[in-house]
Design a protein around this ligand. Structure first.
Ligand code: SF4
Ligand code: SF4
Length: 361
């Protein structure tokens, strides 16, 4: 009896993802794994039909990316009033709202549009830009990746609500060059262009030197005695200007209004549909990191999208289009200057970069 009580009182394990089925629309649970086909009646709406004859409509919504309590309450009220109270987020942070009747789709879209939320992001559109964690959660960002998303999606509103690109366009932003950014048809990354400047008077009091040495991905940091005080030194020939040493050691300042810039990369994709996954390539560097609207980066992205839309064949992803026409033609068409910085002649990359889709341990 005592043992049975102990088992009954056992607490749930508070880690890992909860079972998603409990949050799913009941119609989706009922037809789980038994879908016959799906189509898109209009941009931003997916329609799935099950073998049982059940149908469900999913409305995809773009948001301002960082949602505060006001926006969450507003959206939840709309979802409760006009939909069935079920919502999910895509990996690109679009919201998807499910309804079980065709008649519910129109009023839901109207309510979302009236509240200022666009419906789109499906098929051959420019869907929501994915971004890395930025200042919200990470300790090494050189820019506000989510801010770039909001500013750029304001510029790409028409491309989000219409499906008139040659193929889907995935844009990514990333606030450092070494960690969690992904491959994208167009990627916007921060690039520090000079090694950190060290304030040797502060290092001994502020930094735990072994942690800083361990943090450098290319082993460019060494302990040193400078002006009679324990400090650190950087081998600038090795330093890749990643910015990882700044968080554990703020006296190693690297963010700089003149030397921290944005770079734009083109032609990457994670998918292996039609062609293999591709790495994106640098096409523009030295772009001002200019919040809150980043107009220079936005102008280049819009120009690349315009040329892609005019020149690519139907169903070509950006990388496939560039491979067909060749990089010289890409630079001609986009009128982006080609410089020596576009050429990667680092011979070690063949052996050290993880250039396959396989996971290695
Ligand atoms: S991209 Fe870099 S700076 Fe940005 S969140 Fe990821 S690790 Fe942090
Ligand atoms: S910026 Fe990056 S590569 Fe350079 S010293 Fe710091 S951690 Fe190392």
């Amino acid at each position: 009896m005592a043992q049975a009580q102990t088992q009954k009182m056992r607490q749930p394990i508070e880690s890992g993802c909860p079972d998603g089925l409990q949050y799913m629309h009941p119609l989706m649970v009922r037809n789980f794994g038994n879908w016959k086909y799906h189509d898109r009646p209009r941009p931003g709406v997916l329609h799935h039909v099950a073998y049982s004859g059940d149908e469900i409509w999913t409305v995809r919504v773009g948001t301002q990316r960082q949602l505060g309590p006001y926006e969450i309450n507003l959206l939840c009220d709309i979802i409760d009033q006009y939909a069935d109270g079920h919502v999910r987020f895509t990996i690109r942070s679009n919201m998807e709202i499910m309804v079980d009747k065709r008649e519910k789709v129109g009023p839901l879209i109207q309510a979302l549009n009236d509240a200022g939320y666009p419906v789109g992001g499906t098929g051959n559109s420019v869907t929501m830009i994915s971004h890395t964690q930025g200042w919200l959660h990470c300790d090494i960002p050189g820019t506000d990746a989510s801010g770039v998303v909001k500013a750029l999606m304001d510029e790409l509103y028409q491309e989000f609500i219409h499906e008139d690109m040659p193929n889907r366009v995935h844009i990514t932003t990333s606030c450092c060059q070494i960690n969690c950014g992904g491959q994208g048809d167009i990627a916007i990354n921060i690039q520090h262009t000079k090694p950190p400047k060290i304030n040797h008077d502060l290092v001994a009091n502020v930094c735990e030197r072994p942690s800083v040495v361990a943090r450098c991905p290319v082993a460019a940091i060494r302990p040193a005695i400078v002006n009679g005080k324990p400090s650190l030194e950087v081998d600038e020939k090795k330093c890749i200007c990643c910015g990882a040493c700044f968080p554990p050691c703020p006296p190693m300042q690297i963010n700089d209004p003149e030397h921290s810039k944005l770079a734009i990369w083109v032609g990457g994709k994670n998918s292996n549909a039609r062609s293999k996954p591709m790495f994106h390539k640098l096409v523009a560097a030295g772009i001002p990191n200019n919040p809150p609207r980043w107009p220079e980066a936005a102008a280049i992205v819009k120009n690349i999208l315009r040329v892609y839309k005019e020149d690519a064949k139907n169903w070509e992803r950006v990388g496939e289009w560039v491979e067909r026409i060749g990089w010289p033609r890409f630079f001609e068409l986009t009128e982006l200057p080609f410089t020596k910085f576009h050429i990667d002649n680092w011979r070690g990359s063949r052996y050290t970069l993880n250039a396959s889709a396989h996971i290695r341990f």
